[in-house]
Design a protein. Structure first.
Length: 213
């Protein structure tokens, strides 16, 4: 087993200290930061994403795998910057105004980061204006809106409408999700994408970023 495969396997097991140590060793052995990121960390997180989608692992396993990935990425960041490696895309994410639930949002954030996408996390109770301003400030290709309460879902329509009146819909794709959200609701408000789970959201986000680049 190569050191990158070992990093991937340990990440899937959520063994953060070992992942961190092996990332350090791989750097010392001359592996590029991008190679370690894509063929070690992201490769491992992709496996977790697929297993999560197929109900083979659950939220706790995803969380510990994400913690292991973050331990490795923290070490790699300065090397990625100095090597001039760009993120695959930028996404702004948040739970919409009036809603304070964040477990689903946090899962999607981890899965997006696991695909190599930079995530600007706005937290919870986020207004349409805050989504719009953050997307413009960070030149994001994606805005991801989460809601758990049916009473807050209409804020997602406000997000879509605000981007539309400011002629930003061509530049920014809007993804929506959360327990009460459906494909028909997504279509009715004019959003670009609905997915039923975090792993599918990450796959869709990556395809949006790839087509935009």
């Amino acid at each position: 087993m190569s050191i990158l495969e070992e990093i991937s396997t340990l990440l899937q097991q959520g063994r953060a200290p070992k992942v961190k140590a092996l990332v350090e060793t791989a750097l010392q052995q001359g592996y590029s930061a991008q190679d370690i990121l894509e063929n070690g960390l992201i490769s491992g997180m992709n496996v977790i994403g697929e297993k999560f989608k197929n109900n083979q692992v659950y939220v706790p396993e995803v969380l510990i795998a994400a913690r292991a990935m973050n331990a490795g990425i923290t070490l790699l960041k300065p090397h990625l910057v100095s090597d001039g490696v760009k993120a695959k895309g930028i996404a702004v994410i948040g739970t919409v105004k009036g809603d304070l639930h964040d477990i689903g949002k946090n899962l999607v954030k981890m899965m997006l980061e696991g695909k190599g996408i930079t995530v600007i996390d706005l937290g919870v109770d986020v207004s349409a204006e805050t989504f719009y301003n953050a997307a413009m400030e960070h030149h994001a290709q994606l805005v991801c809106c989460s809601a758990l309460l049916t009473t807050t879902m209409l804020e997602m329509k406000r997000v879509v409408d605000l981007f539309s009146v400011n002629y930003a819909r061509e530049k920014v794709k809007i993804m929506v999700g959360g327990a009460p959200v459906t494909q028909s609701f997504c279509d009715s408000i004019g959003a670009d994408c609905y997915t039923p789970d975090a792993a599918s959201a990450a796959d869709a986000a990556l395809s949006f970023c790839t087509s935009a680049s």
